[in-house]
Design a protein around this ligand. Structure first.
Ligand SMILES: C[S@@+](CC[C@H](N)C(=O)[O-])C[C@H]1O[C@@H](n2cnc3c(N)ncnc32)[C@H](O)[C@@H]1O
Length: 280
């Protein structure tokens, strides 16, 4: 793990927030005068959910889902965003979901949920954001246990669920509970777009020479990037994930491997691995 990443994980979440705010302040003041999108986009200093092109990454999720065979995303779909962050997926989705659609996001970081409630819901009232104070050692130090959390939504409701870069920050007991909840709240025929870091034989070989992004702490069915901050990044063995989804009556319909482990970038859809998990 690089020194910069190590220092970043070492900082408490509040300090990380203010540091980011400060570093991006000049950029944010400048871009305040140059609005480019048909929907609001948070200033860079508030985007606590990772680097890269925020708008392009959100749009990419939509493009991948719409290219699947299956009508998972239509103007009137019911969509659940597990770990909705500061709206990366919700914002471009405002251009797809019509007034008869329904979007429900939830997250453990109040700032991101507040921003979305303030900037998205008034213009797009079919978009709802819930703040749920669960514990996650990368994003907030206190809160209730995600491993026993019941999603506050009706069973058999959602046509599409998205969990982008969220299971990559959760230990096994939490992922197991979320897959169980996902199986409950998805409608029959619905699907989930979920990203992971997936370990298999090919990846184990690639990781032997990957010094940039690795998971040195091996616990059998999962590996950690940082022993002290479990939520920093978690990778799961492929057979463990396959058995987990089957256990709750779900199916992996597609696997799109990412380039995080060292696969050629031009052969991958994204950095993280993407699973399309369906409910028959
Ligand atoms: C890398 S960010 C990705 C956010 C968003 N999905 C996106 O693509 O921008 C990870 C998100 O997971 C959220 N998170 C962490 N633990 C969670 C949990 N147990 N339930 C829901 N969200 C959680 C964090 O607060 C953070 O917003």
């Amino acid at each position: 793990m690089g020194l910069a990443r190590k220092i970043y994980y070492f900082l408490p979440p509040t300090l990380r927030f203010w540091l980011r705010r400060l570093v991006y302040l000049p950029h944010d003041i400048w871009s305040g005068f140059t609005k480019k999108y048909p929907y609001p986009v948070p200033p860079k200093g508030l985007i606590y959910t990772g680097g890269g092109d925020f708008v392009a990454q959100g749009q990419k999720i939509i493009d991948i889902v719409q290219a699947l065979d299956g009508d998972y995303l239509q103007a009137d779909s019911r969509v659940l965003d597990i770990g909705s962050g500061i709206g990366r997926f919700a914002l471009p989705l405002t251009q797809v979901l019509g007034p008869n659609g329904y979007y429900q996001g939830f997250d453990v970081v109040k700032m991101g949920v507040d921003w979305c409630q303030k900037h998205v819901s008034p213009t797009y009232p079919q978009f709802h954001f819930d703040y749920i104070p669960l514990k996650n050692d990368l994003y907030r130090s206190a809160g209730k246990e995600a491993a026993t959390f019941r999603f506050p939504y009706e069973s058999d409701t959602f046509d599409l669920a998205v969990s982008n870069s969220v299971f990559t920050h959760m230990p096994p007991a939490e992922v197991e509970n979320y897959i169980k909840e996902l199986a409950r709240v998805l409608a029959s025929g619905g699907a989930c777009y979920a990203t992971f870091f997936i370990l298999n034989n090919e990846v184990e070989q690639l990781l032997k020479t990957n010094t940039r992004f690795n998971f040195p702490y091996d616990y059998g069915h999962y590996r950690l990037m940082d022993k002290k901050v479990v939520g920093a990044n978690v990778a799961y063995r492929e057979n463990y994930l396959q058995e987990l989804v089957q256990q709750y009556g779900l199916e992996i319909k597609h696997t799109f491997y990412g380039h995080w482990s060292g696969r050629p970038e031009n052969e991958c859809k994204d950095f993280q691995d993407i699973l399309i998990i369906s409910k028959p």
